[in-house]
Design a protein around this ligand. Structure first.
Ligand code: NOJ
Length: 752
């Protein structure tokens, strides 16, 4: 059996994070020595075992499986042929499997336990796209901390998050998991989330390994159709797709997950250029590259490999260290080494990376570090986490429209109607990726109104989902025909002073495998909205969604629109806080809202065309049947108060450019504003976007208060990657814009 004590001496280091491995300090060296010693004892099979990851299967605490795939996996665990596992969770299960491997497999190398703790665990935080709308990095970090704490208490030491894929296409269901369309905002959020999951010291049993995924380009699936082809220019790759990954690596992220897609003709999992050249060589990434589920075997369907044996060689040589559920490494890698297609050095490099994470976590010292059942109990439902979730949800909401000052609501003496099946739904607000949470555990809107003592009359109107229970792995049946409830809703709405309508997407209409071609309000909800509007236009639409929706009709007709996204466990309470003005909304869109899905892809940092327009004649870049501008632009979001920007001053110095502006709260309520800074490179060797976000600051201002905001942009912020992926800084004239959205109009210029 492997001796843990022998290796504990190497773990007296004071600060164990992956980024500290970059420093030439003793902790890193001692871990490398420990790895050398361990690897010297390992057979080739055992080494390949560390590169093999299985999905969890049978009840680990029950009888051993006797046949089939379960038995096959079970035997492999015992033989030391598995290095990590996913979806085994809960202290009892984790301990049982860890004990089996540690006590019964040859060298007893402890397992890593992975799980998609994406936006919460027992407590569900808002979906990541919603959190991105807060532009609140400390809050986002806090949210990831809650997720890590609960997952760690349940035996998990590796989360497959954050998802840092930039996407410009709201049809893609997985936009709910990311931070939206902008590489700068995406990078800042990626770093905050990595910090939140990993903390800064892996000796703590509350910190877990994070994963930046999906490397790379997954968010650029053609047509927004999940798993589809990605074909992007080197400029898009280097300037848009890669920055959040690089930021994650700089933040010390422990692992990176390959994406399913091909990118420019080569599957990401076999992409040497991405993994070996960029990630491992240029960025000096020292952690583990894990494939996505079966992304290895899918190379056969892509037409890139003939068989699994070839998959094994292609992936290993490209630097994909761990095979998740493709069975390529475990079944074929040894042969590929024997026949000379993969060198032992390649295997050793991957194994070293896996073992490094295990040493960093201190698993050789204590393989049961994450198996404390008291801790598990404490974090099964933690009141502090509920309040973090509520606060995060409020910060994530975006006030899209507030005409007639319907909001904040003053319910006293008013007749309030609440309409929409989502208003009583306790499951949908949890969104997708909430596998550890109890079904239907969110606070619904009607429950929260009750708790706040608001009286109202509720009518569901039409149902969103047709039929019985919903399933994570199956298509969601949407109600397209059954209008039962429509008449009742209309009659309830008729006499109300204000109608709160909660409409939008079900939590399982976005996420993996859930691309939509139409971004309308699904099912019969648009008809319901129009029918209610006919009898009473005083509507506040609370929009629940996992992506930007095309809500042009509502934007033109409904006076109040609050985008709640999918807010998580505390959904109802957070929405009521905002509706009643207990919290003044400050969210800003991290992704453009299109006027219609036919405009997609649509994003703010587009290139200018040679025919920008508008022009009197038809010959400019536009549609003849739809505006070419967004419905709500990137960075947009209102408050119950108003802000104005003035006094823009730009002062270049040798290494940086300082930009100051005065922000004034011109309204009558205290509120927060996200001040955004954009640049535009007027003329360059490679055409640059019309605007690029380069900084933002979130500030709280009393009514009437003004403050000076200062951004210091390093000169490097004005550069870009050229088509060869080389950083390029050109002298020239740059426009600067500061304001409350990507349409900011306060502008100046600087010559650099
Ligand atoms: C497939 C998803 O693409 C990925 O994000 C996830 O981490 C794995 N499955 C594991 O569940």
């Amino acid at each position: 059996m492997f001796s843990f004590q022998r290796f504990s001496l190497f773990l007296f280091c004071s600060f164990l994070s992956l980024s500290s491995l970059f420093a030439q300090s003793s902790p890193a060296d001692s871990i490398e020595i420990a790895i050398d010693r361990l690897m010297a004892k390992m057979t080739l099979e055992e080494k390949i075992g560390q590169m093999n990851q299985y999905n969890g299967f049978w009840d680990v605490t029950g009888p051993a499986p006797k046949a089939g795939a379960d038995k096959f996996k079970y035997d492999h665990f015992k033989q030391g042929l598995v290095g990590s596992v996913l979806n085994v969770r809960g202290v009892k299960q984790v301990r049982a499997l860890q004990e089996m491997v540690v006590k019964e497999s040859g060298l007893g190398i402890p397992l890593l336990f992975g799980f998609d703790a994406v936006h919460g665990y027992n407590t569900v935080l808002p979906i990541p796209l919603a959190e991105a709308a807060s532009w609140d990095l400390p809050a986002i970090e806090r949210s990831a901390r809650v997720t890590a704490t609960e997952a760690a208490a349940s035996g998990i030491n590796w989360t497959f998050a954050p998802m840092v894929d930039i996407s410009r296409d709201a049809r893609w269901g997985r936009v709910m998991e990311g931070a939206g369309e902008d590489p700068y905002l995406g990078s800042q959020i990626a770093m905050a989330r990595v910090k939140g999951f990993q903390g800064n010291d892996f000796r703590s049993p509350f910190n877990i390994l994070a994963t930046a995924k999906h490397f790379a380009g997954y968010g650029f699936a053609e047509g927004g159709r999940d798993y589809n082809t990605v074909d992007v220019s080197p400029l898009t790759l280097h300037n848009i797709i890669l920055p959040p990954f690089k930021a994650s690596v700089q933040q010390g992220v422990a692992s990176v997950m390959n994406s399913f897609n091909i990118i420019n003709g080569v599957p990401a999992t076999a992409n040497r250029y991405l993994v070996q050249d960029i990630l491992k060589r240029d960025w000096k990434f020292k952690g583990v590259v894990v494939s996505d589920w079966g992304s290895g075997v899918e190379m056969i369907d892509h037409g890139y490999a003939e068989n699994l044996s070839q998959v094994a060689a292609l992936s290993a040589n490209a630097g994909s260290d761990v095979d998740m559920e493709s069975y390529a490494y475990v079944n074929h890698l040894k042969n590929q080494v024997t026949n000379g297609n993969v060198s032992v050095a390649v295997i050793d490099q991957s194994v070293r990376r896996v073992l490094r994470l295990k040493f960093l976590l201190g698993l050789f010292n204590d393989p049961y570090k994450y198996c404390d059942s008291t801790r598990e109990q404490v974090y099964a439902m933690h009141p502090e986490h509920a309040s973090v979730a509520r606060d995060m949800a409020r910060r994530s909401m975006v006030l899209l429209k507030n005409d007639q000052d319907l909001l904040p609501l003053k319910p006293a003496g008013k007749k309030i109607a609440v309409i929409g099946s989502l208003a009583a739904d306790k499951n949908s607000p949890l969104g997708n990726w909430r596998l550890a949470a109890k079904d239907s555990s969110a606070v619904s809107l009607v429950e929260a109104l009750d708790a706040a003592g608001v009286s109202y009359t509720y009518a569901p109107g039409v149902q969103l989902v047709a039929g019985g229970p919903v399933h994570f792995v199956q298509e969601l049946p949407i109600n397209e025909n059954d209008t039962t409830g429509m008449a009742q809703a209309i009659s309830v709405a008729k006499d109300a002073d204000v109608v709160i309508m909660m409409l939008g997407e079900h939590g399982l209409q976005s996420g993996e495998g859930r691309s939509r071609a139409q971004l309308n309000l699904p099912g019969l909800q648009q008809s319901l909205l129009e029918a209610v509007h006919k009898v009473n236009p005083r509507i506040v639409l609370v929009l629940m969604s996992g992506r930007p929706l095309a809500i042009s009709w509502a934007a033109a007709h409904v006076p109040g629109i609050l985008l709640a996204w999918q807010p998580g466990s505390q959904s109802g309470h957070a929405i009521v806080d905002v509706l009643l003005g207990k919290y003044n909304p400050a969210g800003k869109l991290p992704m453009t809202f299109p006027r219609s899905d036919r405009q997609l892809p649509i994003y703010y940092n587009q290139f200018s065309t040679g025919r920008p327009g508008p022009k009197k004649e038809v010959f400019w870049s536009h549609y003849i049947d739809e505006a070419h501008t967004p419905l709500y632009e990137f960075g947009y979001g209102k408050s119950y108060t108003q802000f104005s920007y003035s006094d823009l001053q730009i002062t270049p110095s040798k290494d940086s450019v300082s930009i100051t502006v005065t922000l004034t709260n011109t309204g009558s309520l205290k509120g927060e504003e996200v001040a955004q800074l954009y640049i535009h490179d007027r003329v360059s060797s490679v055409v640059r976007p019309v605007r690029e976000l380069k900084g933002f600051k979130k500030l709280l201002l009393e009514p009437g208060a003004r403050t000076s905001i200062r951004f210091d942009l390093p000169r490097s912020a004005f550069g870009y990657f050229d088509a060869q992926g080389k950083w390029f800084l050109e002298p020239g004239l740059f426009d600067i814009y500061v304001g409350g959205s990507s349409f900011a109009s306060l502008t100046g210029a600087v010559q650099l």
